[in-house]
Design a binder for this molecule. Structure first.
Ligand SMILES: [Zn+2]
Length: 254
């Protein structure tokens, strides 16, 4: 039975740790010490490291972990990550036999130039592309790329568990409610997230079906989202990529 545990790093990063019996794999270890401490405390043997993109808060701990664990490091072929042993891109598969799992690699550029996601065992590790009720900023890619990447993720089954890189849900839901004030699913999601955070619990993983119903960046053809984006721009727009670009810009300013 595969368990997926969030190990906290920095202020709001999660290093997703997959474990099964005595083996573990980690996704996006931006910091080594919380991961090393967790592995030691739980007597787990590291089997692999997976990275979604090159930002230091996702890969900064890899070199230090490699000093004590000799394991394969998977990550995006198109990004400058010196510690990768296995550069991968869409169409590749990542098997971790010790955990009995295999992931498909998806190219999801936008936040960074060659950002990737790992999908398998009903779980999606999507780094800083799709967030719970939000999406990553466009640091290296265009709105067109990010929109297409999010649409690609949206094609996965509704019961996919979404493991993103940061605990941003409450702030994201607050913005989403400004975009869609009358979305009842969003109001209920806000109550759930408040309850979890008040209890010191992560709000992740989220469920892709809930993202479909509440995440404004996945709802750029919904009349209420189109309306709000048009109001923000002060001009009538309908093209979903333009709607996406408008709400991404609006969110940046909040
Ligand atoms: Zn990032």
């Amino acid at each position: 039975m595969l368990d997926i545990i969030p190990v906290k790093a920095f202020q709001d990063n999660y290093v997703w740790t997959l474990r099964n019996g005595k083996h573990a794999a980690v996704v996006d270890p931006g910091e080594a010490s919380p991961v090393a401490d967790y592995l030691a405390r739980e007597k787990l043997e590291l089997a692999a490291i997976l990275a979604t993109h090159h930002h230091p808060d996702h890969v900064g701990g890899i070199a230090e972990l490699l000093r004590t664990h000799r394991v394969p490091v998977y990550g995006p072929k198109g990004e400058p990550i010196a510690t990768l042993t296995h550069p991968v891109s869409e169409g590749d598969r990542v098997a971790i036999p010790q955990l009995g799992v295999e992931f498909a690699v998806l190219d999801i550029p936008g936040h960074t130039r060659a950002h990737i996601a790992y999908y398998g065992a009903g779980a999606l590790f999507c780094g800083d592309t799709l967030f719970s009720c939000g999406c990553g900023r466009l640091f290296e890619g265009t709105a067109e790329q990010m929109y297409a990447s999010l649409q690609k993720l949206l094609a996965l089954p509704d019961d996919t568990r979404v493991y993103c890189g940061h605990e941003y849900t409450l702030a994201n839901v607050g913005f989403a409610r400004r975009v869609e004030p009358h979305n009842a699913a969003l109001a209920s999601r806000e109550r759930d997230a408040q309850r979890l955070r008040a209890a010191g619990q992560p709000t992740l993983p989220s469920r892709l079906g809930d993202e479909r119903a509440t995440n404004p960046f996945l709802r750029c053809s919904e009349p209420a989202v189109v309306e709000s984006a048009s109001k923000y721009l002060g001009a009538r727009i309908a093209d979903p990529v333009r709607v996406f670009a408008a709400i991404r810009e609006w969110k940046n300013k909040t």
